[in-house]
Design a protein around this ligand. Sequence first.
Ligand code: 13P
Length: 256
Amino acid sequence: MRTPIIAGNWKMYKTPQEAVEFVQALKEPLSTLTAAERVVCPAFVALPAVAEALQGTDIAVGAQDVHWEDEGAYTGQVAPGMLAGLVKYVIIGHSETRQYQGVTDEMVNWKIKAALRHGLRPIVAVGESLEINEAGQTREFVDRQIRAAFDGVPASDLERIVIAYEPIWAIGTGKSASGEQANTIIGAIRETLAELYGEAPAEAMRIQYGGSVKPENMAEFMSQPHIDGALVGGASLKVDSFVALVRIAIEAKGLR
Ligand code: 13P
């Protein structure tokens, strides 16, 4: 059984103070919803304060990106060693970093290896544009992204990695994929992983859906057999909806 994982990607929202107030409010309602793993991913500047505020809880903290080098002249970047000990997870390859910061498949691969080297757990984001989707090339595109991302990643590291399938056209648009569509692509991702690593590790890997996930459509996604959780933007910014997402995930998986 794969433990569901719900991660809030706060993107460029919430100051450190707002982030701490938010997680303080989250602690109590999430304290009974332990059947799913819960992760918040604030901006870099809020990470130390949020990590401190969540000490002693089982709510995990994640960063939204990481550089692939251990150190160097990379203005504006954050090295994996700087995040080690501070966060458990790090989102890698989010489409917004691919689109606005020129992150390539190759860089995604380097970032994953760097994160693993420093004991971080990557949440690897993949997903196609509207154009690719409408051309019927989603499977091939995502297959290539996965193969590039995992190039040279040993099977022994797989259990520390989560994948997030986020179709770009569904992010922040209010237009989500259907549960069935998402399940089909996530099933295809599992087939790619099975080719690369074998059936058992592919079955054991957790794969999230992301893109306009909200309490109203969460059950549709979480009742799909291949979908193990969600990477959530907008709906993770409010305490009530974040808590509702976690509760719905646990119920849909029959975990209480
Ligand atoms: P929304 O949930 O706001 O569509 O964002 C999805 C996302 O990009 C999470 O990483």
